[in-house]
Design a protein around this ligand. Structure first.
Ligand SMILES: C[S@@+](CC[C@H](N)C(=O)[O-])C[C@H]1O[C@@H](n2cnc3c(N)ncnc32)[C@H](O)[C@@H]1O
Length: 278
């Protein structure tokens, strides 16, 4: 099968990534007989750092966050893998209802619905390792078939002030097979009321400007979010994802000190959490 080769060089005597890639390609072609193609799904990665070369094989193909359901995306979509990470950090329990009041393309709501329905991530896509000679088709089929699709105990809720975002969320939920237990509504956060379910988790990833000029109007938005949650969401806990602790503070929500930030797209992203609101 064809492979592609990717090389990076940092602080090393081998400093020319293109030349290093060429040598590795020749060795693979001549010694192993594998054709080299820039479009090949299987990728051999060589990283030279401080004169140490680490060679790895990427057998996923498309990035793992591309699970094949989120065709429609908004301006600042959360990656499914990041959403899953933050939900785990929140200690998300499948029995807990979830609300995302700024749901964008619906990532959090769809992710929790999939977890609750025991639908395996990546169940609709293919992976580069399926082309390996050693690929065990039977084992893979058994794993795929373990995607159970159980009916969750309750619905999961998303809303956004952007009508286009709601259309996208519904379409993405449909592709993911979770339309029956997700509800997406078009309204601003100031009109948000708790859904008719026991208190659970509010998870939200509000806009956060990168330029100072962007931040002023955002303060009012964070204040509105905090006011809505503090006055109407007694008993719910909150997980807020942001890059800006000053904006998060403007909510007035009683956040515990944050854990470690996650580096994403050149930004340090933080999850801030509250206990159940009183
Ligand atoms: C960073 S995006 C959220 C992205 C989302 N997590 C996703 O994966 O697509 C922020 C969202 O907040 C929404 N938003 C901004 N102001 C709002 C408001 N006042 N009420 C409700 N939603 C608002 C925007 O329309 C946008 O979809």
């Amino acid at each position: 099968m064809a492979v592609q080769v990717e090389v990076t060089c940092k602080k090393s005597r081998i400093y020319h990534a293109g030349a290093a890639a060429q040598r590795i390609e020749i060795a693979i072609r001549e010694e192993l007989g594998a054709p080299i193609s820039a479009d090949a799904e299987l990728c051999i990665k060589a990283r030279f750092e401080d004169n140490l070369c680490t060679i790895s094989i990427d057998t996923s193909g498309e990035s793992l966050h591309k699970q094949g359901h989120k065709e429609a995306i908004g301006k600042a979509p959360m990656r499914e893998t990041m959403a899953s990470l933050f939900l785990r950090q929140c200690g998300y329990d499948v029995r807990e209802p979830v609300v995302d009041p700024m749901c964008g393309s619906g990532t959090f709501v769809i992710e929790v619905a999939e977890i609750a329905a025991k639908l395996n991530p990546g169940r609709s896509r293919s992976f580069a390792f399926e082309q390996l000679v050693s690929f065990d088709e039977g084992a893979w089929k058994r794993l795929r078939d373990s995607s159970q699709g159980v009916k969750p105990a309750h619905h999961f809720f998303g809303s956004d002030r952007d009508a286009g975002a709601i259309t996208m969320s519904r379409a993405n939920a449909g592709r993911a097979g979770v339309s029956d237990f997700t509800v997406f509504q078009h309204h601003a956060v100031s009109n948000l009321t708790p859904p008719p379910v026991p208190p659970g988790l509010v998870i939200v990833n509000p806009p956060h400007g990168t330029r100072i000029a962007d931040k002023k109007p955002l303060v009012a938005l964070y204040v509105a979010l905090g006011k809505t949650l503090l006055t109407r969401f007694t008993g719910w806990r909150v997980g807020l994802i942001t890059t800006d602790t000053a904006l998060a503070k403007a909510t007035g929500l009683p956040f515990a000190p944050p854990g470690r930030s996650v580096s994403h797209g050149g930004l340090n992203v933080l999850l801030l959490q509250t206990e159940r609101l009183k």
